[in-house]
Design a binder for this molecule. Structure first.
Ligand SMILES: [Fe+2]
Ligand SMILES: [Fe+2]
Length: 452
């Protein structure tokens, strides 16, 4: 009896709080949608995308020099002024190549989760805002891919890019790899069963995808999620985020927020650079302007990620143990795959330096930009990856800043495991010494492979 009274009091309190919160976050969503609709930042990006040609922008820095590939490494110190400018442009290319991959995932998940909110009803503005964001992302992706590829092809030729552009062929591996395929069906079965009482809110968009595709894997990319999990698990998260649970549809936006924050850390310095050039009346390179307008568009998306993951989920019933588990698993996997290390050559990459990255640098050093022999390339790479230099310290500083931002954001998510709330995996990857020790091993394996 006492327990029943306690439970009903708790429920009453929960509902009272929800009413107040609902008004507050509804207003924020309405305002964000109104201002986003009235803005013309995406149109500006589309115009810049159409007008871009590399040669008109090739002699200028696109951001401060410290936002350059290999910055602070012995190769950077020895590079000529024109090579340094090229490394600055290649940093823009690599970061926005990754952003385009992540935003391709966003396009899919915005539509899948928006369809859940549509089924719940009463969330028209958030659905319209997510549709608008999806259209904006498509324009962003186009600009990043077109401008980035024009730049990188001019500077490096095609060979180094083939490796970087290679995407996993998830769909074919699902069909041909029997273990992955069975895992996909088992995880799909699990997600559908655990959420079967939420069936009335099941994403219609996801339903249509299932009817069209043999395997629902919406992210054949290497973005923030595509890098985190294999194809079978991508399907699993898709079925959970779109499976009709309002809590999980909202919590997709916690994972999206990690991408928003990563981007902001990399992009805000470009905004400051844009403003500096504008104030001094200097030429503003097209990519710098694209970054500036993209940052403005993304500020709306960041607000929405924050409102949905931190506030709007409180409109709905308390999460079950299963829903909490999935919310935690997704943050854990993104943290592990995309934020658990440091790079000695990419100042804004939060992963261990791996053979994939080493191959790109190796081919870049042998491209016309540096014109090294294979032996010279390996000699310089060893100095960059395997001994301490300023680049590691810059990466560690960026890593620390992003870690603090994440911790501030996740601090009041009471359903998160401490490893997620405190971003412990990310924190454990901040050591320069450990990074160098790991690089020594990876570089040995890499050089054995290419010398053979
Ligand atoms: Fe974007
Ligand atoms: Fe976005």
């Amino acid at each position: 009896m006492v327990d029943t009274i306690k439970a009903s009091e708790k429920q009453k309190q929960f509902l009272t709080l929800t009413e107040d919160q609902r008004k507050k976050h509804s207003k924020l969503i309405e305002n964000t949608y109104r201002i986003n609709t009235a803005s013309d930042y995406t149109e500006k990006i589309e115009e810049l995308d159409r007008s871009f040609n590399y040669s008109s922008n090739s002699n200028y820095y696109w951001s401060e020099p410290e936002h350059s590939l290999l910055y602070g490494t012995p190769i950077y110190e020895a590079a000529s002024p024109s090579q340094k400018i090229a490394l600055n442009h290649l940093h823009w290319f690599t970061k926005y190549n990754y952003t385009a991959e992540t935003e391709t995932e966003t396009v899919a998940f915005n539509q899948i989760t928006s369809s859940v909110f549509e089924a719940i009803g009463g969330y028209d503005t958030i659905c319209k805002e997510l549709d608008l964001e999806t259209q904006q992302e498509r324009s962003h992706i186009h600009a990043f891919r077109k401008m980035g590829l024009m730049t990188a092809t001019t500077l490096l030729g095609k060979k180094p890019l083939q490796n970087l552009q290679k995407s996993h062929s998830y769909k074919s591996s699902l069909g041909s790899d029997s273990w992955l395929t069975s895992q996909y069906y088992a995880l799909r079965f699990l997600a559908k069963n655990m959420l079967k009482n939420k069936r009335q809110y099941y994403s219609q968009y996801l339903d249509k995808l299932e009817q069209k595709e043999t395997f629902v894997v919406t992210t054949p990319t290497k973005g923030i999620l595509g890098r985190a999990v294999p194809a079978s698990w991508q399907g699993f998260f898709t079925f959970n985020w779109g499976g009709g649970s309002p809590f999980l549809a909202c919590q997709y936006y916690a994972a999206r927020m990690m991408g928003n924050m990563l981007l902001k850390g990399m992009e805000y310095p470009l905004v400051k650079y844009y403003r500096k050039l504008e104030k001094q009346g200097e030429f503003i390179p097209v990519p710098t302007a694209v970054s500036y307008y993209h940052h403005l568009d993304e500020s709306f998306h960041t607000t929405i990620s924050q409102v949905l993951s931190k506030e709007m989920y409180k409109d709905f019933p308390q999460p079950t143990v299963y829903e909490k588990l999935i919310a935690n698993l997704s943050i854990y996997m993104v943290q592990r795959a995309s934020f658990s290390g440091l790079s000695g050559v990419f100042p804004h990459r939060y992963l261990k330096d791996d053979q994939f990255l080493m191959t790109f640098v190796y081919e870049m050093l042998q491209s016309p930009l540096f014109g090294m022999s294979a032996r010279e390339a390996l000699h310089w790479m060893e100095q960059c990856f395997c001994s301490e230099h300023e680049g590691f310290h810059l990466a560690a500083k960026n890593h620390q800043r992003l870690l603090s931002d994440f911790r501030r954001f996740f601090n009041d998510f009471d359903f998160l495991w401490p490893v997620n709330r405190e971003m412990r995996l990310m924190a454990s990857g901040s050591s320069i010494d450990k990074t160098i020790q790991n690089n020594i091993k990876t570089f040995k394996q890499f050089s054995r492979l290419v010398v053979c």
